[in-house]
Design a binder for this molecule. Structure first.
Ligand SMILES: [Zn+2]
Length: 59
């Protein structure tokens, strides 16, 4: 007696996708000149045009 076992198992591919978004600090850019803002203590400032914002502004 033969067991008609179907060996064609469709193994679902487990795609090891990387996490959607790495936990990274939000990089802020100067709204004036689009340069990356430098962080100093509790302020972000732009070295290019002098724009700055305090941390209370973007929190
Ligand atoms: Zn700027």
């Amino acid at each position: 007696m033969k067991d008609s076992v179907d060996d064609s198992q469709t193994v679902p591919r487990v795609a090891s996708d990387p996490p959607a978004q790495p936990a990274e600090e939000p990089m802020l850019y100067c709204p004036v000149c689009s340069r990356k803002l430098a962080a100093r203590k509790c302020k972000l400032f732009c070295e290019i045009c002098g724009y700055y914002m305090s941390c209370s502004d973007y929190y």
